[in-house]
Ligand binder design. Structure first.
Ligand SMILES: NC(=O)C1=CN([C@@H]2O[C@H](COP(=O)(O)OP(=O)(O)OC[C@H]3O[C@@H](n4cnc5c(N)ncnc54)[C@H](O)[C@@H]3O)[C@@H](O)[C@H]2O)C=CC1
Ligand SMILES: O=C(O)[C@@H]1CCC=N1
Length: 249
């Protein structure tokens, strides 16, 4: 996820240094170091915590000394609370954000939640910074951010899985993989773009506009969600993701 954000952040004027022991690819203009020793004498206005939440306790304390006096920590980690992160970073100001993967093409959706000691200036900076990767929604509690995580952070995973299953079903109708992918992604993309047009009708009205009485769509929809099973499954999906975020706090 860090690389996805980096691909957009690199367009800005800041000097960016990535520390990654695995030595991942970074865009031109970004400094990569694989050992923190290489930045031993340096301070940063912003430290982005982009490791797995389970690694934060081990990794982040070493970075407390690298934060500039007016700087803050921006965490993209799911669940891991801002107060806990502030503590491991020597009581640094922390802002949590929850981006999602389409940030890689500037189409992400990022929740933002200011944590302990974050100033209005830090929040404004975080909002501007995240907006470079797509749209943002600022929430006033970590509880809410963990729900943004369930809806949007993990969301592309649900969408890719739904598209995958949809394509698999198309292949079972006799199409090859390329044809299935083309039809499924074209259909999802076209429908989503239409729903996103300014002044578009509600999602329910849009669904109804495809559904002729006694027609093919009605037959398909009855099988898809006639018993509310899809709705229930999506409720369960978001709840399970939210509960996992709570466990990671
Ligand atoms: N994958 C996604 O769609 C999203 C992920 N996130 C959050 O992003 C964070 C990273 O997740 P992913 O990108 O999925 O994982 P990932 O495994 O792809 O990336 C983690 C990166 O951390 C690096 N790393 C490991 N140990 C390190 C250390 N000691 N110092 C510096 N770097 C180290 C790894 O080499 C790797 O490049 C997690 O906290 C996750 O909750 C948030 C939103 C969406
Ligand atoms: O699966 C995860 O835990 C991360 C956070 C949101 C998306 N990926």
């Amino acid at each position: 996820m860090g690389s996805a954000l980096l691909s957009q952040w690199v367009e800005g004027p800041e000097a960016i240094t990535v520390v990654d022991p695995a030595g991942s690819d970074v865009p031109d203009g970004v400094t990569l170091v694989t050992d923190r020793a290489a930045i031993a004498d340096r301070n940063f206005d912003l430290i982005v915590a982009a490791v797995k939440p389970q690694l934060i306790d081990d990794v982040l304390p070493d970075y407390a000394a690298h934060l500039a006096p007016e700087g803050y920590v921006l965490s993209i980690a799911a669940g891991y609370s801002a107060s806990r992160l502030s503590k491991v970073m020597g009581n640094a100001p922390v802002i949590r954000t929850m981006p999602n993967l389409p940030a890689a093409i500037g189409r992400g959706v990022s929740g933002i939640c200011p944590g302990p000691l974050a100033t209005a200036a830090h929040t404004e900076h975080a909002e501007d910074f995240m907006r470079r990767a797509g749209t943002t929604i600022t929430v006033d509690s970590e509880e809410k951010l963990d729900r943004v995580t369930a809806v949007a952070g993990s969301g592309p995973g649900y969408v890719f899985e739904i598209a995958r299953a949809y394509a698999e079903a198309a292949m079972a109708q006799g199409f090859d993989e390329d044809e299935a992918r083309k039809m499924v992604l074209g259909t999802i993309g076209g429908a989503v773009a239409m729903a996103g047009e300014p002044g578009a009708p509600s999602l329910e009205e849009l669904r109804n506009s495809v559904t002729s009485k006694g027609g093919t769509t009605a037959a398909g929809l009855a099988a898809l969600n006639g018993d509310g099973g899809l709705t229930t499954r999506l409720h369960d999906t978001l709840q399970a993701a939210y509960e996992r975020a709570v466990e990671l706090r």
